[in-house]
Design a protein around this ligand. Structure first.
Ligand code: MCF
Ligand code: FE
Length: 407
């Protein structure tokens, strides 16, 4: 057991409580929070660590990244979603070859150094499996299914199932196989339904992209616009497979993270117990011409969380960079309040969405925590904001109570 005494502890409870000069006793779970002197008396064999000038917080959760695109820097085109998509089609096989085990390992390390304990990665090819399994991160591995051409549905399903079954072999307390239905414009209902049924049967987490671009909105709402032309390359008379509502309906009963949702305002069809929105601010700026209305989600009681997306649509996998982008983009919010909301969204709210027993510094929760240096003299009311403005990386990252070596 360890007793850790930082200067400040951000619990990430709903009241956004900050404790000063208190300590946390933990092994794989958090056992007790209190005065260091009392914890030392109670747990005589525990190792005592005092970390002056530091903040302790729950480790971040990045629920949406595409690790297989980690080799991208300048190969893809930004500014318009369909131009980006065409560039992905042209470059994806080269990019995925370049994203070898070393590249993916380093992408994971970047996230961990920024305090991320849990990573949700969308895997298109299965080439990131080895690096994910070998890593010291907690991983939710979303096996992607897509395909719109009726002739190839069987081939697409077999390819998905092979990757999925392979990932299941590595299931552990740190590695959770899951499912990603790519999007309504790319995934035939037969494939989507089969994958969602599998998720329901096996109680798997699901991730999907929804309402990311103006083109997707025009396509799903009216069957017109850029997607009509774009999909016309693959079939003679393309028609949308779904409306927004019929797409969401398929996910009834499946715990799902809907990524982007930038062009949606009514979340009435969501089941707010198990459906949440993943917000990727940097990615939306590069591909979507619009950002998510966070206040609208708060008003409709829909949990949201914060993802980086992949380096296919971001310049950094440092989670603190993504949080700073959010701080700058959502200028309609009070700055200090926004900082608190972003920290909650990245920890306890995301843990609830993924049904993980962590994300809060609370007795009984799994001890996934990160420690950051250099905040000893910060006023408590300023802490969330100052932390997001200045933190570059963590000093220590604990996963289930074990301190990881991040060198
Ligand atoms: O989230 C971003 C933008 N929206 C959709 N897809 C992706 C993103 N980053 C990578 N992708 C991948 C996706 O997983 O690009 C491909 C899929 O494999 C596009 S569809 C051929
Ligand atoms: Fe994505």
């Amino acid at each position: 057991m360890t007793i850790l005494k930082p200067k400040l502890i951000i619990l990430c409870d709903e009241k956004f409580t900050i404790l000063q000069n208190k300590a946390v006793a933990f092994d794989d779970r958090i056992i007790k929070i209190g005065e260091a002197s009392e914890l030392k008396k109670e747990f005589k064999d525990a190792e005592f660590i005092e970390e002056k000038e530091t903040i302790l917080a729950p480790a971040f959760i990045n629920p949406h990244v595409h690790l297989e695109f980690s080799a991208n820097k300048t190969s893809l085109v930004y500014g318009d979603f369909l131009e980006w998509l065409s560039s992905v089609i042209n470059s994806r096989s080269t990019l995925s070859q370049q994203a070898n085990e070393e590249v993916i390992k380093s992408a994971i390390k970047t996230m961990q150094k920024s305090g991320v304990g849990t990573i949700g990665t969308v895997s298109s090819f299965g080439t990131d499996l080895k690096a994910c399994v070998k890593s010291s991160a907690r991983v939710i591995y979303f096996n992607e299914i897509l395909g719109s051409n009726e002739e190839f549905l069987d081939v697409n399903w077999q390819s998905f199932k092979k990757r999925f079954d392979e990932s299941v072999k590595f299931k552990s307390e740190f590695f959770t196989p899951a499912i990603s239905v790519h999007s309504p414009y790319s995934t035939h209902p037969n494939l989507a339904k089969a994958a969602i049924n599998l998720a329901k049967e096996q109680n798997l987490l699901v991730s999907t992209h929804l309402m990311e671009s103006n083109h997707e909105r025009d396509w799903l709402e009216s069957g017109v616009g850029g997607f009509k032309e774009w999909l016309g390359k693959f079939s003679k008379f393309p028609k949308p497979f779904y409306s927004v509502d019929s797409f969401i309906k398929m996910f009834a009963g499946a715990r799902t993270l809907f990524t982007h949702c930038v062009y949606m305002s009514d979340f009435g069809k969501f089941d707010n117990y198990i459906h949440s929105v993943t917000h990727c601010a940097f990615s939306n700026r590069l591909l979507s011409k619009k950002t998510l209305n966070l206040q609208n989600l708060l008003d409709q009681n829909i949990y949201f969380n914060i993802g980086t997306d992949g380096l296919s649509s971001n310049i950094s996998l440092n989670f603190l960079d993504e949080l700073r982008a959010n701080l700058l983009i959502h200028s309609e919010f009070d700055l200090k309040n926004l900082a608190k909301i972003l920290l909650l969204a990245s920890t306890s709210w995301c843990a609830k969405s993924l049904n993980l027993d962590l994300g809060e510094i609370k007795e009984g929760k799994l001890a996934d925590m990160a420690l950051y240096d250099g905040f000893g003299n910060t006023e408590q009311d300023e802490l969330a904001l100052m932390f997001l403005l200045h933190a570059k990386e963590c000093k220590k990252l604990y996963i289930q109570g074990k301190s990881l070596n991040l060198d």
